[in-house]
Design a protein. Structure first.
Length: 356
């Protein structure tokens, strides 16, 4: 019954189109015939020869107008047809790419070669189609969350591990680089067309294992990286402005020159991280462990460092204008050349700190 109704509706649509075309054609013919006669009557021409010339010129003009309009309508429908064809091609490419990124070998293991093809196919679609850009970014970030979980299902800590309170979970597991598919997605996300990002569309890479990932100058602005494992990741020059890095592991990460303006780093692990020249303006580093961290020439203007542990940290030439250092531990820290104008230092521990 449904097929019969669909066929009936299709037939009705075709009939309506044909009838509409015939009516429009009749109206055009009538217009070409009667409008010139009306114009000749209005002009007061009485001589048959002159009247014929007036009517003929009027018909030529009308025919040109109708012909030009028909061409414009034809071009419009051609453009619409091309748009529909393009959308159909994009849908077909998207479906094929989605099949590829879930490809498995005969032994049930991921087929990385085919998956990589699907991943890069999705990147091309995201570049070609602004409308599909964010949907593809969500698909790719979901793939990372599902295939690079932290901790992964196979790396759950044992009861003995849980008793080792002074040991971070990164130290319990072998540090490996991301698989080829995960690294490819991170590269694609990092170089995406951010002009297509809309307000409120923020990447979600929370609780992912991205240790030793290569993210040079990656665009991770406003990304949700809560609880992510970024130990020894290469984030030099990366854009992490307003990123949510609560509880993230950034130990030994290379963040030289990274943009962390207004980033939330509460609870983040930063021991051994390289933050030379990093822009941390307005960043939230309250209570963060920054023991021995290299913050030479870092921009910490207005940063919240209340209660932070900066023991023996290198803050040479750092900008700390207006920074909140209330209760911070700066024992043995190198503050030579640092700009502390307006900084709040009430209760800060400065024993052995180098200020000159």
């Amino acid at each position: 019954m449904k097929l019969i109704n669909t066929h009936f509706l299709a037939q009705n649509r075709r009939s309506i189109i044909i009838v509409t075309f015939i009516v429009v054609l009749i109206l055009i013919i009538l217009a070409l015939w009667f409008i010139p006669i009306w114009q000749a009557n209005s002009s007061g021409v009485t001589k048959p020869e002159k009247r014929f010339e007036v009517e003929n010129e009027a018909r030529k003009t009308l025919a040109q107008i109708v012909g030009g309009t028909a061409i414009l309508i034809g071009l419009f429908f051609t453009w619409k047809t091309l748009q529909v064809d393009k959308e159909g091609q994009i849908t077909e490419r998207f479906t094929r790419a989605m099949d590829q990124i879930g490809s498995l070998r005969s032994d049930g293991k991921p087929n990385l070669e085919i998956r990589l093809g699907g991943i890069y196919a999705l990147e091309r679609i995201a570049r070609d189609s602004e409308r599909d850009h964010w949907q593809i970014m969500e698909v790719l970030s979901t793939y990372v969350r599902e295939n690079a979980r932290w901790p992964s299902r196979n790396d759950q800590p044992t009861q003995n591990d849980e008793l080792e309170e002074n040991q971070t979970k990164n130290e319990k597991y072998e540090q490996t680089m991301p698989n080829a598919d995960i690294q490819a997605i991170l590269t694609i996300i990092g170089r995406r067309q951010s002009k297509y990002d809309k307000e409120g569309q923020n990447l979600n890479l929370s609780n992912t294992n991205l240790q030793k990932a290569y993210l040079w100058e990656a665009n991770l602005q406003k990304a949700n990286l809560r609880g992510a494992n970024l130990q020894k990741a290469y984030l030099r020059g990366a854009n992490l402005q307003k990123a949510y890095l609560w509880g993230a592991n950034l130990q030994d990460a290379d963040l030289v020159g990274a943009k962390l303006v207004e980033a939330d780093l509460v609870g983040a692990k930063l021991r051994g991280a390289k933050l030379r020249g990093a822009k941390l303006t307005g960043a939230n580093l309250m209570g963060v462990d920054l023991v021995g961290v290299n913050l030479v020439e870092a921009d910490l203007v207005g940063a919240n460092l209340r209660g932070a542990n900066l023991t023996e940290a290198n803050l040479t030439e750092a900008k700390l204008v207006g920074a909140d250092l209330v209760g911070a531990d700066l024992v043995g820290a190198d503050l030579r050349g640092a700009n502390l104008r307006g900084a709040k230092l009430r209760g800060a521990k400065l024993r052995g700190a180098k200020l000159m």
